[in-house]
Ligand binder design. Structure first.
Ligand code: 13P
Length: 248
C-alpha cells in the first residue's frame, strides 16, 4: 500500500509559511515520489493560495475540518465543496482536538466524512483514546466505537465505500503534542484491530508525536500505512525527514 504522510498544521502558519512549502518541494526535487503520497493540511486561510501556487508539484493539500452541509447559514464554517474548490484533495475530520474543543460526536464526524465524499475529497477520519481510557483498559472499545460511528457506510454517490475513498488516522490523544508514543507493539495491536474493522486496502495512519527520530520504526509497523504529523510538519526539514523515512 502506498503510504500517506500528511502534515496537520493545526492553528499555525501565516503567509510567510509558504517558505516551508517551497523548501519541502525543493527537498523533494519538485516531483511527487512515486511510492508515497505527501499532503499538507494548512489553516484554511492559507489553503487556496498554497493549492493555487503549488499545484502540479510534489505535494497535495487538505483541510483540517469541514461542515456537513454544502452551503448555508453557518457563520464561520467551511464546506467540503469549498475546500475542494480551493484545491484540497483531503480533509481531516474528527480530530481529537475538534472532538474535545467543539464537542463533535461520532455522528457529526460521520456526517463530515460523508460531506467530504460528496465533494470528491478523501476524508482522513481520526480516532484515538485518552490516557484515562487506555489506563482503564478501554482503548480498544473506544476506538471500535469511534470507528463504528464515524466511518461512512456508503461511498460517494451512494455507491459502496471503497478502500481508497477514505483514510483512518489512529491518534492516541495522550500522544499528541506530548513527545510520548505508544510502544511499537501497542501501535501494531491497535492497527491490527482497526484493520479488522476497515477495508483491507484502506490506509491506516498513525499520529501522535511522530518525529524524524521515530518515524522509520513506526512506519515499519505492520498495518501502519503512513503518518499524520502535527508539530514536526511545520518545519520542512523535519517533515521531509519523515517523508524520507517512508521510502519503500
Ligand atoms: P503531534 O505530531 O504534534 O503530536 O500532533 C499529532 C496530531 O494531532 C496530528 O493530527
Amino acid at each position: 500500500m502506498k503510504p500517506l504522510i500528511a502534515g496537520n498544521w493545526k492553528m499555525n502558519g501565516l503567509a510567510d509559511a509558504a517558505s516551508e512549502i517551497e523548501a519541502l518541494i525543493a527537498k523533494m526535487d519538485g516531483s511527487a515520489p512515486a511510492d508515497r503520497d505527501v499532503a499538507v493540511c494548512p489553516p484554511a486561510t492559507l489553503l487556496a493560495g498554497f493549492a493555487a501556487r503549488y499545484s502540479d508539484e510534489a505535494i497535495q493539500f487538505g483541510g483540517q475540518d469541514c461542515h456537513a452541509e454544502a452551503s448555508g447559514a453557518h457563520t464561520g464554517d467551511i464546506s467540503a465543496e469549498m475546500l475542494a474548490d480551493a484545491g484540497a484533495a483531503f480533509v481531516i475530520v474528527g480530530h481529537s482536538e475538534r472532538r474535545a474543543d467543539h464537542g463533535e460526536t461520532d455522528a457529526a464526524v460521520r456526517a463530515k466524512a460523508e460531506a467530504a465524499l460528496r465533494a470528491g475529497l478523501t476524508p482522513i477520519i481520526c480516532v484515538g483514546e485518552t490516557q484515562e481510557e487506555r489506563s482503564t483498559g478501554r482503548a480498544f472499545d473506544v476506538v471500535r466505537t469511534q470507528l463504528a460511528g464515524s466511518v461512512p457506510t456508503s461511498g460517494p454517490r451512494s455507491g459502496p465505500l471503497a478502500d481508497d475513498d477514505y483514510v483512518i488516522a489512529y491518534e492516541p490523544v495522550w500522544a499528541i503534542g506530548t513527545g510520548l508514543t505508544p510502544t511499537l507493539e501497542d501501535i501494531a495491536e491497535m492497527h491490527e484491530d482497526i484493520r479488522e474493522r476497515t477495508g483491507a486496502g484502506a490506509r491506516i495512519l498513525y499520529g501522535g508525536s511522530v518525529k524524524p527520530a521515530n518515524a522509520a520504526e513506526i512506519l515499519r509497523v505492520r498495518n501502519v500505512n503512513g503518518a499524520l504529523v502535527g508539530g514536526a510538519s511545520l518545519k520542512a526539514n523535519d517533515f521531509y525527514a519523515i517523508v524520507a523515512a517512508a521510502a519503500g
